[in-house]
Design a binder for this molecule. Structure first.
Ligand code: EPU
Length: 439
């Protein structure tokens, strides 16, 4: 199948689209279904590649999964959880980092788990050291082999007291999914508290877990012996919503994002307003638009919740190429999330990346050789180019840039965007974008 999209830019994106459940919650709630004694139902599930991958991983482990993609309803029956063949997990896992989160549930259900080499986006090293340390703290034995990591719990899993070196989303989820059925109390300090994590906690509570979250980001879990199935409706995807919002700004457009909700997007909305974008919030969603006139430059630092999400950064940078003056962006979550700016440079954007921490407090990457700050000088008209999609959010950002640019760009590797953006080709058409797959 051809994987090159021809994008003719220069026209504003206008119209209405709908976002459904959050990719970064749905995949975790799917793993949580493994912990239940009975069936679970998850609603508002988007049709994206990551959901397919996790559904296939669950099926490999004996879970019956039924997906009605029109209705967005996933049903799971985990009555017959079994060990999967290492070879089969490996074949699937290349495209996802979710297998690491299967460890806790599989250790509880089967006493062992296997994690192959993990995939995901190329935005940094993305190590799993916090995950492995937490699992060891619970009493698991971690054995690294040539093909991956084999984990066992010969004496069961016991609650633990741990401090995360950094509030990692995945390591917090790992702790939750393991602690809920571990024996005794678990206390996790410096935990991440993203809305997607709070929704996972809601799911686990429905299943019978006892979890509290303190104001200082300490999470406490009292392990229970048994969990039931759950019924839950996913929170909306605030990353997808913000991606379309930035597309409206970059192309001078007007997009009604049905399903988008204000909570979880407060920080993004503040910056949207500071840049000069306008939004109307209603019960149906949020309308994002460029009100005309100049956009303003800003100083922006990505951070864990409630800061400006790292996943909002890349699409916003494209919009900032159209703002007047110098914008400064300090990326503090991933060490290598500015690789996508090279293509923007070829399209005429003026973006300089720096090793130093600019515009904010020093971060973990300040004394190391990572280009994790950027200065964007605008406004610069963009021109068409040949682009290869580097990662999910970077790829969507390239697409926005191509839609803002004069002329026809060729965007290669478009399939990657299906990992996290539901029906994105259909949505582009609904918004009047001139795009066609190359023969
Ligand atoms: N980190 C470690 N060691 C670990 C785990 C994380 O050093 O064992 C570091 C990472 O390298 C990174 C930082 O901690 O520098 C934060 O990583 P985190 O664990 O929070 O990220 P994640 O759980 O792997 C999820 C999302 C990402 C999103 C981040 C931050 C999913 C499937 N992925 O990743 O989403 O950027 O949280 O919010 O939930 C995306 O959707 O495009 C995406 C990359």
């Amino acid at each position: 199948m051809p994987d090159v999209l021809r994008v003719t830019g220069g026209a504003p994106l206008t119209g209405e689209i709908t976002v459904r459940g959050a990719k970064n919650f749905v995949s975790k709630a799917m793993v949580a279904a493994l912990l239940g004694e009975g069936p679970s139902t998850l609603r508002n599930v988007p049709l994206i590649r990551d959901v397919d991958v996790v559904a296939d991983l669950l099926r490999l482990h004996g879970v019956a999964v039924d997906y009605d993609d029109d209705a967005g309803v996933l049903r799971f029956d985990p009555s017959n959880v079994e060990q999967a063949h290492v070879r089969d997990i490996d074949a699937l896992a290349g495209s996802s980092r979710i297998p690491i989160l299967f460890c806790g549930p599989l250790l509880h259900r089967l006493g062992e788990a296997f994690i192959p080499d993990l995939g995901g986006c190329h935005i940094g090293d993305r190590p799993i050291d916090f995950h492995l340390q937490i699992l060891r703290d619970f009493g698991a034995v971690v054995d690294k082999t040539a093909t991956g990591i084999h984990i066992t719990a010969p004496r069961g899993l016991r609650g633990t007291k741990a401090v995360l070196p950094y509030p990692s989303v995945g390591a917090t989820e790992q702790t939750l999914l393991t602690a809920v059925r571990a024996e005794g109390l678990t206390e996790l300090s410096n935990a991440a508290t993203e809305p997607e994590i709070m929704d996972l906690i809601a799911v686990l509570q429905k299943m019978g877990a006892i979890i509290s979250v303190d104001t200082d980001r300490t999470i406490r879990v009292e392990g229970v012996e048994k969990l039931m199935g759950y019924e839950h409706t996913s929170l909306p995807d605030r990353i997808e919503a913000a991606s379309w919002a930035s597309a409206a700004l970059a192309t001078g457009g007007d997009i009604m994002v049905r399903g988008a909700e204000q909570p979880g997007m407060t920080t993004y909305l503040n910056f949207y307003r500071k840049v000069g974008g306008t939004f109307d919030i209603s019960d149906e969603g949020i309308r994002f638009y460029h009100p005309g006139g100049e956009l303003k430059s800003i100083v922006l630092e990505t951070d864990v919740h409630p800061g400006f999400m790292t996943d909002w950064q890349q699409p916003m940078v494209v919009a900032l190429t159209q703002a007047t003056g110098l914008s400064i962006i300090h990326e503090t979550v991933y060490e290598n999330r500015f690789g996508f700016t090279e293509a923007l440079g070829r399209m005429g954007a003026q973006i300089q990346v720096y090793r130093e921490c600019l515009g904010g407090l020093p971060c973990r990457f300040g004394q190391r050789n990572f280009n994790h700050s950027a200065v964007v000088s605008g406004p610069t008209p963009l021109r068409a180019a040949d682009i290869v999609v580097p990662d999910l959010r970077g790829g969507f950002s390239h697409l926005i840039a191509a839609l803002s640019a004069e002329g026809t760009s060729r965007v290669q590797g478009i399939e990657l965007i299906n990992r996290g953006y539901e029906h994105f080709m259909r949505k582009l058409s609904l918004l009047g974008a001139q795009v066609e797959m190359e023969d």
